[in-house]
Design a protein around this ligand. Structure first.
Ligand code: 26V
Length: 800
């Protein structure tokens, strides 16, 4: 956009005076914010309709990304960036006498996702548009996002996240494109005159799905794709009803609003909740109706040439039987034809290796809510099992573990594999484990279906937007084309010995650390040393992610310092941020433990401030944006074989953090690019973990009894940590479950590796060179690259 600072500033001023008739009231932060949003939205709307028009005219093949979650983060700054207006706007805001940050923070951060899976969807939309691919998202406009976390007395409490209290400036309600969703009731098949069957329904619940569109602005390419989020609303007019109908209508109205009421938190164990099933069907039914309406002029058989639907985990996998239903019941195609078309349209991404997280639905609940879809799943299952029986006799005995319906449950991952043409994992190791373990038999059935697409993240948000000084340093050094082609960051490798460059890198990190230190002080009252190592673990709280291992290391260091106050260690600030699912008791205990440890360590003067422990509450995209640029050490310490990929690891790498991690998820690919001397790798490997599971030869008790450091820590927990009684359960839980995530087993290696970190940090030049090497190789994890691979490998798209 061709505005200079003066023009934009004047435009903001005139917009404010047009909006507010009272010329005497002073211009304020909210007024400036509103005006900027309005100006930008006008700009966007023009390009948006041009993009749509182009798609209508040229009819390219399009991808639709179905996801229950899109964790967008604040959008204003990223829109400005993609319009190349960010610097201009910052300057204009300053000239108006305001702090740009204050203006951008007027925007709500919609928490429409749990974590990695939702944020990945957002980075993918950004990259799809930035690469000029025709691709759009479909999701739900939950009125309440993931809960807001407040820590009270060290305990997590949850508050509702009503993110819509102010008007959300980036959505456009399109009531004229609403569709009707039908649920529950009864259905039965009846013969038509020609002998074909028709499905008839009675007493169905009807809900209206109203779309709200959010523009997805590509980077400097005038491509604006669409994220369409559905809101559930009642359909009937409740006035003028008969008395007995009236309350029924009210009930229906209430239950309609509920469907897009709130986002379910991702728990430690999957639980099949009826409302969640309704949400999933609501999403896929609305989205498919919308898509098929757009493609109404082409024949069903040509649909796979014109569109592809990527389903983000199994959550939207009901789209498979729903499309089949439409093709059979409404388009009246034969089963074989309808099934062939369906299978050519869907591609499924798996995001978890935790078997307890896999979605299954109890048959009874499912049948009651979606009777026709149930019939079709039964038929899919029947044909699938029969096919194995007849054509794969060697797999006959495997049928119970392959069947879509087994043990009175519907297994959604199995449905997703059977009903799609592509199944991908999200990092090399993850995709391998799917093939060789979790989905081994499916892999033997359909070897060509399985593939890998290693996750990526948007450099524009996670570097250019959040770390402007580092961005300038890079651009001043190697030019700006890396922003479009992040692989070019490898040009930085020439500077690993350039002391002047490294000094600047250092000063940027220090400035980011000082800023974070100020936030920490403001929010928690804790004073941290910006010369200390900022050791960061930010992610959902989960046993397999092993925040507890990190805490054990802190306790170990603390105990050492208590024994020998003169011990020479590099000062460290341990920073945590994590939400625990509200019903995940153990995860909440660990949050309490971190606070307890903090309350002991932070105020013990005998350790001379060498250790500080900080827990920042309410982790979300906006908080991540503050922490990541200030990170020295990125903790990626999951039990090997458990973390599908991880994406926080990539974000911190790109901002110059070094990683301490296990050989898990994308850490492995990171090690392959940066080389092992530029990372701190420790712990069991995935095959060792599997080996132990198989042989049942791990005894947690033995490991800890033989390590006096662990004896001390565990006994401190057992006996009430320095007078704090709350943490005893952690001790009992860990030992009574035989430490299923190998915290005790990996402890020793972790501590040793942390000692290496401690030493390396003192060798400033070498540390900075390693940091630079990490930045330089981060282009490998650009979501542009990942989307390019999806587009050519799975979607077969051409650029718009
Ligand atoms: C499960 C459930 C269960 C029911 C309620 C709501 C809910 C929401 C999400 C999930 C599954 C989450 C799976 C997930 O987030 N996986 C993460 O995906 C990232 C992106 O691929 C990946 O980097 C992480 O390693 C992986 O844990």
């Amino acid at each position: 956009m061709e505005w200079d600072v003066k023009q934009l500033r004047e435009k903001i001023q005139t917009t404010i005076s047009e909006n507010h008739s009272d010329q005497n009231s002073p211009i304020s932060v909210p007024k400036v914010y509103e005006a900027i949003c309005q100006i930008l939205m006008e700009l966007i709307e023009k390009d948006w309709s041009r993009t749509n028009q182009k798609y209508d005219e040229t009819k390219p093949k399009q991808v639709f990304y179905f996801s229950m979650e899109f964790l967008l983060g604040r959008l204003l700054q990223s829109y400005l960036l993609n319009y190349q207006l960010l610097n201009t706007c910052n300057q204009a805001i300053k000239e108006l006498g305001f702090d740009p940050e204050e203006i951008y923070y007027c925007e709500q951060d919609p928490g429409l996702g749990n974590g990695g899976l939702g944020r990945l969807a957002a980075c993918f939309l950004d990259s799809t548009a930035s690469l000029s691919y025709p691709g759009h998202g479909y999701g739900i406009r939950f009125r309440y996002g993931l809960f807001e976390q407040r820590i009270i007395n060290g305990y997590q409490t949850e508050l509702p996240d009503y993110w819509l209290k102010d008007r959300y400036p980036w959505e456009i309600r399109r009531a004229d494109e609403a569709v009707t969703i039908q649920l529950a009731g009864h259905c039965y098949l009846k013969e038509r005159e020609d002998g074909s069957l028709i499905c008839l329904y009675e007493n169905q619940e009807k809900i209206m799905a109203v779309p709200y569109d959010i523009p997805i602005v590509g980077y400097d390419n005038q491509t604006i794709n669409t994220l369409r989020l559905w809101s559930a609303e009642p359909i009937a007019d409740i006035e003028e009803q008969e008395e007995d109908q009236y309350y029924h209508q009210l009930e229906q109205e209430h239950s309609s609003w509920q469907i897009s009421g709130f986002l379910y938190p991702d728990d430690s164990h999957y639980e099949g909740k009826q409302l969640r099933l309704k949400q999933q069907y609501f999403l896929v039914s609305a989205s498919l109706q919308d898509i098929l309406r757009k493609y109404s002029s082409i024949s069903s058989a040509t649909l796979p040439k014109k569109l592809v639907i990527q389903i983000n985990d199994t959550h939207p996998s009901l789209a498979i039987p729903e499309l089949l239903r439409i093709l059979l019941d409404e388009k009246r195609l034969e089963w074989e034809v309808a099934w062939e078309i369906t299978r050519k349209i869907f591609a499924y991404t798996n995001h978890t290796l935790m078997s307890e997280a896999l979605e299954t639905w109890p048959v009874d609940m499912f049948r009651e809510l979606l009777p026709r879809i149930y019939m079709l799943i039964e038929e899919i299952n029947e044909r699938f099992c029969q096919d194995i029986w007849l054509n794969q006799p060697h797999l006959r005995q495997k049928i119970p573990s392959l069947a879509i319906i087994a043990d009175h449950q519907i297994h959604m991952a199995r449905l997703a594999v059977v009903g799609s043409f592509s199944v991908n994992g999200v990092a090399k190791i993850h995709s391998e484990i799917l093939k060789t373990r979790e989905m081994k038999d499916f892999y033997h059935l359909y070897p060509k279906r399985f593939n890998n697409k290693t996750n990526g993240i948007s450099h524009r948000r996670w570097l250019v937007m959040v770390n402007p000084r580092l961005t300038h340093l890079i651009s001043d050094t190697i030019g700006t084309s890396w922003v479009r082609h992040p692989r070019e960051l490898t040009h930085l490798l020439r500077y690993t010995k350039d002391t002047f460059f490294l000094e600047q890198l250092h000063s940027i990190k220090q400035e980011n650390k000082r800023k974070l230190a100020a936030i920490i002080h403001q929010r928690t009252g804790i004073l941290v040393d910006d010369q200390s190592i900022f050791d960061v673990q930010i992610k959902r709280m989960h046993e397999y992610k092993r925040q507890l291992l990190n805490v054990f290391h802190i306790l170990y260091l603390y105990n050492e310092l208590k024994q020998n106050p003169k011990l020479d260690i590099t000062p460290r600030t341990f920073i945590f941020a994590a939400k625990a699912a509200p019903n995940y008791y153990f995860a909440k205990e660990v949050i309490k433990l971190i606070h307890t440890v903090a309350s002991i360590v932070n105020y013990d003067h005998t350790i001379h401030g060498k250790l500080k422990v900080v827990f920042l509450e309410n982790y979300n995209v906006s908080l991540a944006e503050k922490i990541i640029p200030a990170t020295d050490l990125s903790e990626q310490i999951s039990t090997a074989g458990k973390e599908a990929s991880g994406t926080g690891n990539m974000k911190m790498m790109m901002n110059g953090a070094l990683t301490i991690g296990t050989l898990d998820g994308a850490n492995i690919e990171m090690k392959n690019v940066v080389q092992k001397e530029n990372m701190f790798i420790f712990g069991l490997k995935a095959d060792e973990v599997y080996h132990i599971y198989q042989n049942n030869d791990y005894f947690a008790n033995e490991v800890y009894q033989n390590d006096e450091r662990l004896v001390r820590i565990l006994h401190q927990l057992r006996d009430g940590l320095f007078g704090h009684q709350e943490c005893k359960n952690i001790y009992y839980h860990l030992l009574s479950t035989n430490d299923p995530f190998f915290i005790l087993k990996d402890f020793s290696d972790y501590v040793e590796t942390q000692q290496l970190v401690d030493h390396s940090y003192t060798e400033k030049q070498r540390w900075l060179a390693k940091s630079l090497i990490n930045i330089a190789h981060s282009g490998k994890f650009s979501s542009d690259q990942t989307i390019q691979e999806y587009a050519t490998g799975i979607w077969k798209l051409r650029k718009g």
